[in-house]
Design a protein. Structure first.
Length: 103
């Protein structure tokens, strides 16, 4: 399983700003190793962020996203002390879910 995500969620006015650093190799399937063999594609396909049981962000990614992707966004609402949950699933079926408390 992948390393935990680094997540920061904070109130900015009446919005919640979320910053996430995900640990993932994000291979495109187009690079070759030292022996000339193609390195298989391995990348995050979907990212979902929920707050209060509702989805506030849903994204579909492909192999063009860089290694250890960084995601930053805002959504209306949120409250200090409540949780934001982030889940990603990659093309091999691996899944990671982490959460952060809004400050």
């Amino acid at each position: 399983m992948a390393d935990p995500m680094k997540i920061r969620a904070s109130m900015v006015g009446d919005s919640t700003e979320v910053k996430v650093l995900m640990n993932h190799e994000m291979e495109t399937g187009q690079r070759k190793d030292a022996q000339g063999a193609v390195i298989p594609a391995w990348f995050i396909q979907s990212v979902t962020v929920t707050y209060g049981g509702k989805t506030v962000l849903a994204a579909q990614w492909g192999p063009a996203v860089s290694k250890n992707p960084f995601l930053s966004f805002k959504f209306k609402g949120g409250a200090k002390g409540e949780k934001v949950t982030i889940t990603w699933i990659d093309n091999k079926g691996d899944k990671r879910t982490d959460e952060a408390t809004i400050t």
